[in-house]
Design a protein around this ligand. Structure first.
Ligand code: ATP
Length: 354
């Protein structure tokens, strides 16, 4: 088990900066997600933790020991790649035993450990089979087994389920999370899939263009996005932005949106100029009493919910409501927002106002 501290870590490739100075802590036993769009620097960050890439500056600590310049072999962490490569000429048990045997562990101890791990993964009955005949799921389990037999301090996984189809992927992600909960080993997991990150992670780092935009628990990131980028990247459909030009001061209880008073959470800081009011689709309510109107331009029936697209004076937004009363295209509806759930962003920087 291990705590991993990333302190001001930066990575340049020639003149290109892949990771800007980044700092965050992965607590012992956490399932930790590195999330962001393609090219944001998440794989590079993971590779620096593994020792497969050296940081240009900054420090990486594993259990308090600075390992930034140490080779991968001296870090006692297991790197699980996207493609689970197994030795095709070896049986399942031999594949799993290989990392232990090559470390010099005795045959008896190796067999004991392999059986223990096979039981955790539910594959003890296929240990004698050749890997060629295995189903996709069993191949993944064997590959995971091979990664965990060594009992490393931490697991680093780079989109391990990336090559799987959606249904199987969901099944394996549940299994992986359950496996983590049984073993409790620190796991760092790279993904570009926000839903996967929200479902699996104890904590998430959201990266964009080499910058850590936010770091925290999934529910805090969802409810209190630190930037417009995070607000749009997390959630499906994403957070809506009602844009306006104006001023909001510290302590204000409301703002004027198209001349209509809208209650807001009280802020510690103000802003002036381009401002965006952020509201999640499920926090928009339809109310005859509200003077802030939207015209329905599209609806989507989703069973218990409906997704309603509305045009407002401050931009197009999507609302998710119960489908007890179906909304029709062309209707004009009063819109109400729950003040406590609103986020306010400064337009230019995209930063949420605290
Ligand atoms: P993806 O999901 O596409 O792998 P990522 O978020 O994991 O994206 P990285 O693989 O960390 O992103 O890459 C970040 C940036 O650094 C990319 O623009 C990439 O082209 C660049 N990069 C990565 N490795 C190298 C390298 N060895 N030399 C030069 N540039 C690199």
């Amino acid at each position: 088990m291990a705590q991993i501290d990333i302190k001001n870590v930066r990575k340049e490739f020639g003149t290109f900066t892949a990771v800007q100075s980044s700092s965050f802590t992965i607590e012992d036993g956490e399932f930790f997600m590195l999330l962001g769009p393609s090219g944001c620097g998440k794989t590079t960050t993971l590779r620096m933790m593994a020792g497969l890439e050296l940081p240009t500056s900054g420090e990486i600590y594993i259990d308090g020991e600075e390992v930034g310049m140490k080779p991968a072999s001296e870090r006692d962490i297991a790197f699980v790649f996207q493609m689970f490569a197994l030795y095709p000429h070896m049986k399942v048990g031999q594949n799993m035993a290989y990392p232990l045997r090559s470390q010099g562990m005795s045959k008896a101890d190796t067999n004991k450990r392999v059986l223990e791990v096979a039981r955790i993964l539910g594959i003890e009955n296929i240990l004698g089979m050749s890997v060629g005949g295995l189903s996709g799921g069993d191949r993944q389990r064997v590959a995971l087994g091979r990664a965990i037999v060594r009992e490393p301090k931490a697991f680093l996984m780079d989109e391990p389920l990336g090559a799987l189809d959606a249904e199987f992927r969901e099944h394996m992600s549940e299994e992986l999370r359950a496996l983590h909960d049984r073993m409790g080993a620190t796991t760092v997991y790279v993904t570009h899939d926000q839903l996967e990150a929200m479902q699996m992670g104890d904590k998430i780092v959201v990266m964009n263009h080499g910058v850590v935009e936010q770091f925290g628990k999934p529910q805090d990131i969802y409810n209190w996005p630190a930037t417009k980028f995070v607000a749009q990247f997390i959630g499906s459909p994403p957070m809506n932005f009602l844009d306006f030009k104006g001023k909001v001061a510290a302590g204000d209880k409301s703002i004027k949106l198209n001349d209509i008073e809208i209650e807001i959470p009280v802020l510690k800081t103000g802003a002036e100029g381009e401002i965006s009011l952020g509201v999640r689709p499920e926090h928009i309510h339809f109310s005859d009493k509200s003077n802030y109107k939207g015209r329905v331009v599209a609806t989507e029936y989703l069973g218990t919910n409906q997704l309603v697209t509305l045009e407002t004076a401050n931009g197009t937004i999507k609302a998710r409501t119960e489908s007890t009363k179906l909304i029709k295209t062309g209707e004009t509806i009063g819109l109400a927002f729950d003040a406590r759930t609103l986020s306010i962003f400064e337009g230019e920087s995209g930063l949420a106002l605290p």
